[in-house]
Design a binder for this molecule. Structure first.
Ligand code: COA
Length: 172
């Protein structure tokens, strides 16, 4: 098993400067298999997606947060979150993550999602996963997510997806 030194990994707020490196990392049919196919990971689609997420949401009740993951000096992945601020006392998030194939199987994505959850610090986080995406399901379960029918409207949900939730224990 390859182990990962987290000190070699940096999470950078996504910027237009990352476009070319992100294309190099994730424009790969293997990456697109469960997230929209070849079209979703075509260079122009990645560029357009980054430009759109950097514009931000059209509604005040959402916050879009994106990070490029740099490991050993190279961009290897993308961490994504939408925070929904329902009212001042209720916040939850939907997360997603995309890593380049050469970095799979090393625990780098799991470390990234663990970092994302700690950074978001929300009481409830959801993810929607294609049922065939065994790697993504295993990652979420390893981090303590539970399979659950959605009780929120998840923007990235596609019919048939498996949905996962992790809830922080309430503080007394
Ligand atoms: C989903 C995705 C992020 C999962 O990546 P991954 O590398 O399999 O996930 P992890 O980081 O949890 O790595 C797990 C593997 O690393 C191994 N590993 C090695 N060192 C480890 C460590 N320190 N900690 C945890 N796992 C470690 C595990 O044993 C496991 O090995 P296995 O694949 O042989 O079972 C990746 O496949 C991907 O980006 N796919 C394309 C986009 C996508 O589908 N995104 C999800 C949309 S819902």
């Amino acid at each position: 098993m390859t182990t990962t030194d987290p000190a070699q990994t940096f999470y950078e707020r996504l910027a237009l400067d990352h476009v070319d490196e992100m294309i190099a990392a994730i424009s790969d049919p293997r990456v697109g298999t469960y997230i929209g196919g070849d079209a979703a990971v075509a260079p122009d689609a990645i560029r357009a997606r980054i430009e759109r997420v950097l514009e931000g949401p059209d509604v005040a009740s959402e916050i879009w947060l994106n990070w490029a993951v740099r490991h050993d000096g190279v961009v290897i992945g993308w961490l994504q979150a939408t925070i929904f601020q329902v009212d001042p006392s209720e916040r939850w998030a939907e997360i997603a993550y995309v890593f380049g194939q050469p970095s799979w199987g090393k625990g780098l994505a799991a470390a990234g999602v663990r970092w994302l959850l700690a950074t978001l610090d929300v009481p409830e986080a959801w993810a929607a996963v294609h049922p065939g995406n065994a790697r993504s399901c295993a990652l979420l379960e390893r981090l303590g997510f539970a399979r659950s029918a959605p009780t929120r409207t998840l923007p990235s949900y596609e019919p048939g997806d498996v949905t996962f939730v992790i809830r922080r224990a309430r503080e007394n």
